[in-house]
Write a new protein. Structure first.
Length: 433
């Protein structure tokens, strides 16, 4: 009786609906198929066969590339071996590296003030001289004779003034005669002082302590005021061509360099209490020898051409190893960045979207991509923002990583040396018996 039982009404309705939809789809397909011109489609394919083939190759290559760079989880290899460190917060000195030039603290070109002949050169080239040392002696015979004459006249005027005072006291001459004697004495004394100054121009003395450069004149050379001294040897320091000699102060000595405009706030913040900024200077191709110094001036304006401000630091140069004009490398400790996140610089990866790091999750040892902002880099370490303290950051082995890749820590011996602490290695699993 169960087999002969009538079907339920809802089942019969569903069955009839499915049959109607099926019949409609079959009739629609048959109608569209009858309208398709197989010959035209085939002719079009023959005409565009190379285009179709190229499109197929491109689609095939794109599919393979997508599978390569984004493999499904079932096709991904085993854990990647990486080296990682634990990011931590530290106080990091902010050091600015720059290049500059060694410049003299003082440099003077010795030139004559009168036209005369050099009678004696009192120094040798490269000699260390003190302030006031006699450098050159010119022919002083004429000026010395003129000074002796004016000095004799001044002495005679002083004697006449003394006699005039005695005569006025005895009423032998008038007060006007005394005034004339005083004026004559003052005039001759002034003439004597002028002659003495003129005579001093024949003795050229060093105005500073320093080292003498190349001497461009010799005994018998004619020198003229405001005229270029002809010489076969030109000086190599600043604009000293044509000077009789150049005196350069070498101890202490200065270094001049520029700092980018963006670092000016840090410089000014460090100097708010007028505390000198320490620098370390090296010259030549090696940095084995460092010369410490202190910044004593920051320029009061920014050079708009290069977008930088000029600074000068003073260095000790007792052994004379530093010479003006040398190329110098400067390290300036501007300030200290307090409580900042520090990781090795090689952990930062750059792509078209910016900078990021790979972080290892604690639960399943999978990596995630985390964007970061690099604030400062120095000596292989980077100060960043964007991650929390204690994060495990991948340093080596990141070239084969993708978000979601599983990793394992390399041996401790392969862990790079960095300021951040190395990540702890996972304990080995117990052997099954």
């Amino acid at each position: 009786m169960a087999e002969n039982a009538p079907k339920t009404p809802w089942l019969s309705k569903v069955t009839s609906s499915v049959l109607r939809v099926g019949n409609y789809l079959l009739s629609t397909i048959a109608r569209l198929w009858s309208k398709i011109d197989i010959a035209s489609i085939w002719a079009f394919a023959i005409r565009r066969k190379w285009w179709i083939l190229a499109l197929a190759v491109i689609l095939f290559a794109a599919d393979k590339a997508y599978d390569h760079f984004n493999p499904p989880a079932s096709k991904k290899g085993g854990p990647q071996t990486v080296s990682s460190v634990i990011a931590e917060r530290k106080d990091v000195p902010f050091v600015i590296e720059a290049t500059g030039t060694i410049v003299a603290a003082s440099i003077v070109d010795i030139r004559p003030q009168i036209t005369n002949i050099v009678s004696k050169v009192n120094i040798s080239e490269g000699q260390i001289v003190k302030k006031g040392d006699l450098l050159f002696t010119l022919d002083d015979r004429t000026d010395k004779a003129n000074f002796d004459r004016t000095q004799a006249l001044a002495n005679d005027a002083q004697r006449q003034l003394a006699r005039a005072k005695e005569l006025v006291a005895k009423n032998f001459i008038s007060k006007a005669g005394l005034d004339t004697a005083e004026a004559n004495a003052a005039s001759t004394q002034a003439a004597a002082r002028a002659a003495e100054v003129q005579l001093s121009y024949n003795y050229l003395r060093s105005p500073i302590d320093g080292r003498a450069g190349i001497i461009n004149v010799f005994p018998g050379s004619l020198v003229q005021a405001s005229n270029v001294v002809v010489s076969s040897t030109s000086s190599t320091a600043t604009s000293t061509t044509g000077a009789m000699v150049t005196i350069t102060q070498l101890d202490p000595i200065n270094v001049q360099f520029t700092v980018p405009e963006r670092d000016i706030p840090l410089l000014l913040k460090s100097r708010k209490d007028d505390a000198p900024l320490p620098v370390s200077v090296s010259v030549g191709n090696t940095e084995t020898t460092q010369y410490p110094g202190l910044v004593y001036v920051i320029d009061n304006q920014v050079d708009p051409v290069i977008g930088a401000v000029r600074l000068k630091a003073r260095l000790e140069n007792k052994n004379g190893a530093l010479i003006p004009g040398q190329f110098a490398r400067i390290k300036l400790q501007a300030s200290t960045l307090n409580n900042v996140m520090l990781i090795p610089s090689q952990a930062v990866v750059i792509n078209p979207k910016g900078r990021f790091v790979y972080l290892v999750e604690k639960d399943d040892d999978k990596v995630v991509m985390k964007p970061v902002k690099v604030l400062y880099e120095y000596q292989g370490n980077a100060v960043i923002e964007g991650i929390d303290a204690g994060s495990r950051v991948v340093v080596e082995g990141k070239q084969n990583l993708r978000p979601g890749s599983k990793v394992r820590e390399a041996k401790p011996a392969n862990t790079p040396k960095a300021l951040a602490k190395p990540a702890p290695t996972a304990p080995a699993a117990p052997e099954k018996k």
